[in-house]
Design a protein around this ligand. Structure first.
Ligand code: ATP
Length: 287
């Protein structure tokens, strides 16, 4: 078998509190993460002279700055071999949208290479390689909804998420995560409570405190995010929030029919707003 095809899902942040800024510039956060059923497809072709990346999205770099390329390079370094792999990424997940597409692609490459090379690394060792690529990458190896702390890499299983239907709205422009953190005013963060004290047992109890500290920055520049959030709440979403640094917004619905109805209304809202939004109905991937 000279090829492997690996589905590479998006994630959403159901809660994101910025706790503080470390001396090295990284922000410490507490976030509740779940993968969702919106997938890129990562294909690996083996026995190649070097690492290469080919991505269907013209805006995604194909050089060493691609996170999938970095993952492969770190994997081979950790194995102390000079090998190659051709990586093809069929992009479905909107880019720079707060949905973790690049990190997910990197995790897919690590999983694929570990399988191909006969599982030389344990789950924990693969997570350590993943963390060198980026703070969000270990989560995509974790395979559970999780609360992440630290810079996002200290993961704890979150077992109480209901199987929500998710209306995902991506407003069609990119937002740089760096830019959002650079413009964040820690004095104005509004997520007063955090998940630590609620002790994660009961989703119905934490539902009321779900918020995203990064919204203050992204919404100020792109007020359409607030319009989409309000639209989703008016349509009966239990929760509507921006994911990560945005601009994607999700609404969580208990009922599939209600979510489907919401999709129709959001399509009408898009027409009125003359937006170029991607709108999808997906599910949480809980295990
Ligand atoms: P972040 O992880 O920074 O929060 P995001 O989830 O909002 O990012 P991504 O789709 O991962 O968004 O893209 C962020 C940036 O990473 C893009 O601008 C892109 O140039 C770069 N990038 C590197 N590798 C990839 C990849 N495999 N897929 C998508 N973007 C990538």
């Amino acid at each position: 078998m000279n090829e492997l095809v690996i589905p590479s899902p998006a994630k959403i942040n159901l809660f994101l509190k910025v706790v503080g800024r470390r001396p090295d510039g990284y922000h410490e956060i507490i976030t509740l993460l779940s993968r969702v059923s919106l997938f890129d497809t990562v294909s690996l072709s083996f026995d190649q002279p070097s690492i290469s990346v080919d991505c269907s999205h013209p805006g995604v770099p194909e050089d060493r700055s691609n996170l999938a390329h970095q993952a492969a390079s770190l994997f081979f370094n950790a194995l102390s071999i000079r090998d190659g792999v051709a990586i093809f990424i069929d992009k479905v997940i909107p880019v720079a949208a707060g949905l973790g597409g690049g990190s997910s692609n990197a995790a897919a490459v690590l999983m694929g290479l570990n399988q191909r090379y006969g599982f030389p690394f344990s789950d924990g060792e693969l997570m350590e390689i993943a963390l060198k690529v980026g703070a969000d990458v270990p989560f995509f190896l974790f395979k559970h909804a999780a609360v992440a702390r630290g810079i996002g890499d200290d993961l704890e299983v979150y077992g109480d998420l209901p199987p929500f239907f998710v209306v995902l709205v991506c407003p069609g422009f990119e937002v740089s995560t760096d830019w959002v953190y650079r413009n964040l005013n820690l004095g104005l963060t509004n997520c007063e409570k955090n998940l630590k004290n609620c002790h994660l047992k009961d989703f119905s109890k934490i539902k009321g405190i779900l918020c995203n500290d990064l919204e203050q920055v992204t919404i100020e520049k792109f007020p359409v995010i607030k319009t989409i959030k309000r639209g989703l709440l008016d349509l009966g979403a239990e929760i509507a929030l921006m994911s990560g640094s945005g601009p994607s917004v999700f609404g969580l619905f208990k009922d599939a029919q209600q979510a489907a109805k919401a999709i129709h209304s959001i399509i009408r809202l898009r027409r009125r707003q003359k937006g170029r939004w991607d709108i999808s109905l997906v599910e949480l991937l809980l295990s």
